[in-house]
Design a protein around this ligand. Structure first.
Ligand code: PMP
Ligand code: GLN
Length: 452
């Protein structure tokens, strides 16, 4: 039987026998030579790496941190993958077309053509990627050059900043700010200052990244807000990278508007979507970008030289799942409609739980996160023993340890100079089983009762 452990021990033992002096000088040369390239900054752990580790360490009773469902996706989706695994077609287990499995890009074209008001060319206007992450990466690396400025709306999905910087670009930040309100605050109350926004556009601006529905606030950008952005893009000849991974999670009466469908915007917009979010299969890590062929070519170049092609069985399963939903598109059972219905009840439940326990939640119009102000609880929780620099990191960690409920610190979604804007909040994910939302209520009540 193959036993790797003794062999590993053996390797360690022989390392001890190497002349120590030589090891030291070799390792100091290594330190100089093999440092992290500056384009990755100081190389800090991302909030996801850190907080997923915390789940293992703290074992919170409920994890409302990273955005993924803790229950099964639609049965037809997982069944499609199971069928493919045992399919009689051997080619379904082999490489497929690099820019996207033919059956998948054809179905994506069917889905999106009517939504953007233009017949999409599946072979040249759609790229399948390793999650929406890689779609963002290919769009940013494929278009942003040294010194190009990219406008980023804060709070923002954290990878945008490092991707822009690693492309040599310069992020220019503008924060959504809550209109002061004494009553209920919704994600629509978080707005951009139009003058500030237009002042960021200049001849160096290459791109603006728009995320609607928005992570973490759940803001669904209105027609008027998108028109303002579109007009600035047209006036200054700027690309719009539209991250729409939460496109199917929009709560009535709000409507998702695709900026690519607005007048004169198709030619300057790259839209990003995610099968993980669309079908509740985040572990499948498959996404896509679509846009005009001349813009998509740059993404193809990045993709072909780094990922080349994504997993065939997963792409085939997503293609079949899209076919299934397209066949019942206009019915209430279609998952693209039923998902938001199902999530609305969860949203309202968690909003109430948060309110009843001293948080002030922003009610989201879209997505599956709630950003809640925790500062009224500040006198009930001692954060002095938590070493983190930002208060929301301290709060979320201490709250996870004391109450057993894990949330994400929103300062992770701000640039260094604006992190203070996120410090008084915590982000809670509500795409969780009802029993876990009920458990959240119980845990928060118990925690509040203990604190008096
Ligand atoms: N954009 C946003 C706004 C996100 O929240 C996420 C996380 N799902 C992504 C992109 C990346 O999506 P994926 O898991 O498909 O890579
Ligand atoms: N988009 C999800 C979230 O915001 C997952 C994060 C991630 O995949 N890095 O929680």
């Amino acid at each position: 039987m193959f036993r790797w452990r003794p062999a590993a021990k053996c390797a360690i033992r022989s390392a001890h026998h190497i002349n120590t002096k030589r090891v030291i000088s070799f390792s100091s040369t290594m330190t100089d030579k093999f440092t992290l390239p500056a384009r990755y900054g100081a190389g800090e752990k991302s909030v996801w790496i850190e907080y997923i580790q915390l789940v293992a360490e703290y074992k919170p009773a409920v994890n409302l941190g990273q955005g993924f469902p803790d229950y099964f996706p639609p049965e037809h989706v997982t069944k499609a993958l199971a069928d493919i695994a045992t399919s009689e077609n051997p080619l379904l287990q082999q490489y497929t077309r690099g820019f996207g499995h033919p059956r998948l890009v054809q179905n994506l074209a069917k889905l999106y053509s009517p939504l953007v008001g233009k017949q999409l060319d599946p072979l040249n206007e759609i790229l399948v990627t390793n999650g929406a992450y890689e779609a963002l990466f290919s769009a940013i690396l494929g278009h942003v050059d040294n010194g190009d400025e990219v406008i980023v709306i804060e709070p923002f999905f954290d990878c945008y900043e490092i991707m822009i910087k690693s492309a040599g670009g310069v992020p220019k930040f503008i924060a959504l700010k809550p209109k002061s309100s004494s009553g209920v605050i919704t994600s629509a109350d978080w707005v951009l200052d139009e003058k500030e926004l237009s002042s960021l556009f200049n001849e160096r601006t290459k791109m603006i990244i728009v995320n609607t529905p928005h992570n973490p606030l759940g803001k669904v950008f209105t027609q008027q807000e998108l028109e303002t952005i579109a007009n600035l893009c047209i006036k200054h000849n700027v690309l719009c990278l539209s991250d729409e991974v939460y496109e199917w999670m929009v709560y009535e009466p709000k409507k998702h508007i695709r900026i690519a469908s607005m007048p004169n915007m198709w030619d300057r917009t790259i839209t990003v979507g995610s099968a993980g979010k669309t079908f509740s299969v985040t572990g499948w890590k498959t996404g896509w970008a679509y846009g005009p062929a001349q813009l998509m070519r740059n993404l193809q170049v990045v993709h072909q030289n780094c990922v080349y092609t994504c997993a065939t069985p997963i792409q085939e399963a997503i293609a079949r799942s899209l076919e299934f939903e397209l066949a019942r598109y206009d019915t209430p059972e279609c998952f693209f409609t039923s998902l938001a219905r199902e999530l609305l009840a969860k949203r309202d439940y968690l909003v109430k739980v948060l309110r009843d326990n001293g948080f002030n939640p922003t009610v989201p119009d879209g997505g599956y996160f709630i950003v809640a102000d925790w500062t009224k609880l500040g006198n009930k929780i001692d954060l002095s023993g938590e070493p983190d620099k930002y208060k929301d990191y301290r709060f979320t960690k201490k709250f996870a340890k004391e109450a057993g409920v894990l949330a994400i610190p929103p300062s992770a979604f701000y640039s260094e100079q604006h992190k203070h804007l996120g410090e008084k909040f915590a982000r809670f994910c509500f795409i969780k089983k009802d029993e876990n939302l009920v458990l959240t209520e119980k845990l928060m009540k118990e925690w509040s009762a203990k604190k008096g």
